[in-house]
Design a protein around this ligand. Structure first.
Ligand SMILES: [Zn+2]
Length: 344
């Protein structure tokens, strides 16, 4: 039973840089096909930081509660919700609003429905005590999977989609991952699970995050991966995953990929490229974008987390109370931790 109908929330209230603050918000009222979740943990995403620093490339519905990487317990059920019970431990997908009749949704690819609105930018997210969620977004999590790990299901799904679904990858392949953030490290971990040899590339300031990559059996490289990429037969890496979020890294990816190889771009960057794409043509390379995830991916990732096949513990840099959101954001922004987790 909810007694106090207000709770603290991390709100992104305007498009200007730094427009994030803690506000008291009213507990949402759920619709017939929604549930109310009591949020147990919510991860801070690179995209939350981008909205905070105002260098994001997507439209935001201000003011909005941040947070789309979350899990919790069901505390209220909408009238037409079936198959779910109070108290169940769940994670939620991020596509809060979709058009079920959009041809992409009909194909099961509702993540690619252009009218889709996600938690934390399109509708209120989970950096608060209670969030309303359409029941179709829910997935059960095993009892033994701690909430603070379960909230990393979402970024793990991003990595699964990029590496397993959208990339051609075979055991023994050489894979370069650019960017040692959460998505980069999780992409590297997924590639390792698929039997690849993996190197994660970062800058000098990324030493600490690159150490984590080594825990997943990856090589860690500062700046230039050409030698590593060429060390088998001199031709380059089978797959380069660009998880850096800067347009310029596409140039590096084109340099390091082998002829007939693939570049999968999962990092965002609003800057224009400013270089020739001729290498793509000359090397006969596939350039593949990868965005978000859908229902079957969530089920696979929960299985991987539940069995311990994918261990996200090395990525978690700490758990902060929601009131300390600023410190959690700062630590991640400066690369002191890979993933900050909040506890509302
Ligand atoms: Zn995210």
């Amino acid at each position: 039973m909810i007694t106090n109908n207000k709770s603290a929330a991390v709100v992104n209230y305007a498009p200007e840089k730094g427009s994030v603050e803690l506000r008291e918000i009213t507990i949402p009222e759920i619709g017939e096909e929604e549930v109310l979740l009591q949020v147990e943990n919510v991860g801070v995403c690179g995209s939350d930081l981008h909205q905070w620093t105002a260098d994001h490339s997507w439209p935001v519905n201000y003011p909005v509660v941040l947070g789309h990487e979350f899990c919790g317990r069901i505390v209220e059920l909408g009238r037409r919700v079936t198959g779910w019970s109070l108290g169940e431990r769940v994670v939620s997908e991020t596509a809060a609003v979709i058009d079920p009749n959009n041809p992409m949704s009909r194909a099961g690819l509702y993540n690619l429905d252009p009218t889709r609105k996600g938690f934390g930018y399109g509708v209120n997210g989970a950096m608060t005590k209670y969030v309303k969620v359409p029941a179709r977004c829910l997935h059960r999590i095993p009892d033994h999977l701690p909430f603070e790990q379960a909230c990393l299901t979402e970024p793990s799904c991003v990595a699964y989609n990029a590496v397993v679904v959208n990339s051609r990858l075979k055991p023994g392949d050489r894979v370069v991952v650019i960017g040692p953030g959460t998505i980069g490290i999780l992409c590297a971990a997924m590639a390792r699970l698929n039997g690849a040899e993996v190197a994660v590339v970062g800058l000098e300031g990324d030493q600490k995050r690159l150490e984590t990559a080594k825990q997943y059996g990856c090589d860690a490289i500062i700046k230039d991966a050409s030698e590593w990429a060429n060390s088998h037969d001199g031709l380059g890496a089978d797959l380069v995953i660009d998880a850096a979020g800067a347009s310029a890294t596409l140039k590096l990816a084109m340099d390091w990929v082998r002829p007939n190889g693939q570049i999968t771009k999962v990092g965002w960057g609003p800057q224009p490229c400013g270089f020739s794409l001729d290498q793509l043509v000359q090397k006969n390379v596939t350039l593949q974008g990868s965005f978000s995830h859908n229902w079957p991916i969530w089920e696979k990732v929960i299985a991987l987390l539940g069995s311990g096949t994918l261990d996200v513990k090395p990525i978690i840099g700490g758990v902060w109370p929601i009131e300390a959101w600023y410190e959690a954001f700062e630590k991640m922004h400066h690369g002191e931790v890979i993933k900050s987790v909040l506890k509302p």
